[in-house]
Design a protein around this ligand. Structure first.
Ligand code: PEP
Ligand code: MN
Length: 331
């Protein structure tokens, strides 16, 4: 249940309500928003006079529900996604930040294509301890330099809560990876900032669990959350994961959060990323995140799925054509 409380409420009453219902609370546009479990359906009569509006839900998808709020808008470096816009943000860059030269080459390339949002991981959640784990703080500094030089927004991932504050400080969009999305230390730290957070769906995560991870951030008072579908694990072995476009349709029609699709991690191979990207644009999503590397064959992570500049430029042309045809603005 979500309650919007009126101005009569004071701190003591607010605390009483929070205690009684184990509720979360934040203030938004001069409204006190209180969120309880969805199993709570009634408020005690003594609190009724403080309630301006009450919203009931059949599950703990509440603040993210389209039954609560229309599509949320998110401002990324002055560019808006979500809401009533038909904007689709294109985010690209390497899987891992590897060197100054690599970031400079990618930056120059994407800047020429008028792309404003650069990705690059500095804390890599690798499956093997013997592979490249990321440049950490030195990598974050390289991204920050690229932002200052080219005016990009920067998205980079947090692997665990030990460095969450460094990522929050350097990133414009904090990426919570598929493995990290269950880490409550990360979710709670991201709830305390107002920076945009993109949560990637874990590969064994149901849609309910996925959106509930977003609820951890929203209920802490950070409204700037994006969902990212990046493929789930199925019985199929020819592709790295299975891109769940049914799930994307569910999220689009039931939640108010912008949705970005990551075809790179879903397929796991460069050859079909353009095909998938075209399908995603046609479906009407709020963004795509695609891995691009100056020389994918020597990439320190996810070498098989990263596109070289020629492949990415071809993809960019074809999605731009589809976007033009259906009234989507690529930003
Ligand atoms: C990545 O974006 O490089 C990454 C590690 O993604 P995921 O968390 O989806 O595996
Ligand atoms: Mn990757």
């Amino acid at each position: 249940m979500i309650l919007h409380l009126n101005k009569l409420v004071n701190t003591d009453i607010l605390n009483e309500i929070k205690k009684k219902y184990d509720a979360f609370h934040f203030s938004e546009n001069e409204i006190e928003v209180v969120i309880t479990s969805s199993s709570v359906k009634e408020v005690d009569t003594k609190f009724e006079k403080f309630v301006k509006e009450k919203f009931l839900f059949d599950s703990d998808i509440q603040l993210a529900s389209l039954n609560y709020k229309q599509k949320r808008e998110i401002n990324i470096g002055g560019k808006i996604i979500g809401g009533n816009t038909n904007n689709c943000i294109i985010i690209t860059g390497p899987c891992s930040v590897e060197s100054e030269q690599q970031i400079e080459k990618v930056s120059k390339f994407i800047s020429r294509l008028n792309i404003h949002t650069l990705r690059g991981g500095c804390y890599k959640p690798r499956t093997s301890p013997y592979t490249f784990q990321g440049m950490e703080l030195d990598g974050l500094k390289l991204l920050k330099n690229a932002k200052n030089k080219y005016g990009f927004s920067i998205i980079t991932e947090v692997r665990d809560s030990t460095h969450v504050n460094d990522v929050i400080e350097h990133a414009d969009i904090i990426q919570i990876g598929a493995k990290a999305m269950y880490d409550h230390g990360i979710l709670k730290a991201c709830a305390k900032t107002k920076k945009t957070v993109m949560i990637k769906r874990g590969f064994g995560t149901t849609l309910q669990e996925f959106v509930q991870a977003a609820e951890f951030i929203l209920s802490g008072g950070n409204p700037n959350v994006i969902l990212c579908e990046r493929g789930i694990r199925t019985f199929e072995t020819k592709t790295r994961f299975t891109l769940d476009l049914c799930g994307v349709a569910y999220l689009k029609h039931h939640t108010n959060l912008p949705i970005i699709i990551d075809p790179s991690h879903a397929l796991g191979y460069a050859y079909g990323i353009e095909d998938l990207s075209k399908a995603c644009i046609a479906m009407g999503v709020d963004g795509l995140i695609i891995e691009t590397h100056p020389n994918p064959s020597v990439a320190k992570s996810d070498a098989k799925q990263q596109l070289n500049f020629e492949q990415f430029e071809k993809l960019h042309k074809s999605i731009s054509n589809i976007a033009n045809a259906i009234g989507v603005n690529i930003i």
